[in-house]
Design a protein around this ligand. Structure first.
Ligand SMILES: Nc1ncnc2c1ncn2[C@@H]1O[C@H](COP(=O)(O)OP(=O)(O)OP(=O)(O)O)[C@@H](O)[C@H]1O
Ligand SMILES: [Mg+2]
Length: 226
């Protein structure tokens, strides 16, 4: 599902509420039927939620493979024995390599994250989020700041995700939202104005009005109708 809407609609606010970065002033947050409203962010991970932020959150001084191993360890049973040499943990290493393969970055495994291109950092961030084997993955504008080619790779990988992982995508790029989401939620001024299939969203007059009625959104509106 993608959450779209014009600037200031409340997309990031909703994302932060779901992930637990800010508390709601009213209402409740449920993950698979369980009330997580009062749970801190890290505890929501145990309910199956993983997320990536608009700003990359990786360990920049460490290598790519180290970042992935750390993420895998963070949610594995051996997380409290991290001081044991990971190089002896073949299973962990295999899983880390599989993840790297998914984003085609095996040749960058020993590079420090800080030396990677921004697009590659975002891809690593995605596999780090996937390391916790989430049931829901929330992505806040995963293609923001990426080149066309990098966006293409990102979309391809998002589409390859296990079908039973729920994807929640915050996006202002309509092309990306329509490329990956089955259902679209449209927010405007803090309110849900539509939650429907792609096709119905395209034909929704209220949605068209919102995108047409604002200056600077003509391009987006064209995308919506095309
Ligand atoms: N449900 C709400 N009720 C009242 N205020 C809200 C609500 N949702 C968001 N806001 C306020 O609206 C402002 C803009 O919200 P937010 O940053 O979430 O928008 P956005 O859709 O992410 O915009 P952008 O596309 O610019 O990133 C914030 O100041 C936020 O506090
Ligand atoms: Mg935002």
């Amino acid at each position: 599902m993608a959450i779209i809407g014009p600037n200031g609609a409340g997309k990031t606010t909703l994302f932060n509420l779901i992930c637990g970065a800010i508390p709601p002033s009213e209402g409740k947050i449920y993950i698979f039927g369980e009330d997580v409203t009062n749970l801190p962010r890290y505890k929501r991970v145990y309910h199956g939620l993983a997320k990536t932020f608009q700003i990359t959150a990786l360990f920049f001084e460490m290598t790519v493979i180290e970042n992935i191993i750390l993420a895998l360890q963070g949610t594995s049973k051996t997380k409290f024995s991290w001081w044991k040499s990971v190089h002896n943990n073949q299973e962990l290493l295999n899983r880390a390599w599989q993840s790297l393969k998914m984003v085609d970055l095996e040749d960058k495994s020993e590079a420090k994250v800080k030396n990677l291109a921004y697009g590659d950092q975002r891809l690593i961030e995605l596999i780090v989020a996937l390391a916790s084997e989430p049931r829901i993955i929330a992505l806040d504008e995963p293609t923001a700041g990426l080149s066309m080619a990098e966006s293409g790779t990102m979309i391809k990988i998002i589409k390859q995700l296990e079908p039973d992982i729920t994807l929640l995508l915050i996006e202002h790029d309509m092309d990306v939202a329509f490329a990956v989401a089955e259902r679209i939620m449209v927010l405007n001024e803090g309110e849900v104005i539509a939650l429907d299939t792609q096709e119905n969203i395209r034909n929704n007059t209220r949605v068209q009005e919102i995108y047409l009625g604002r200056e600077g959104n003509a391009d987006e509106c064209r995308n919506l109708k095309s």
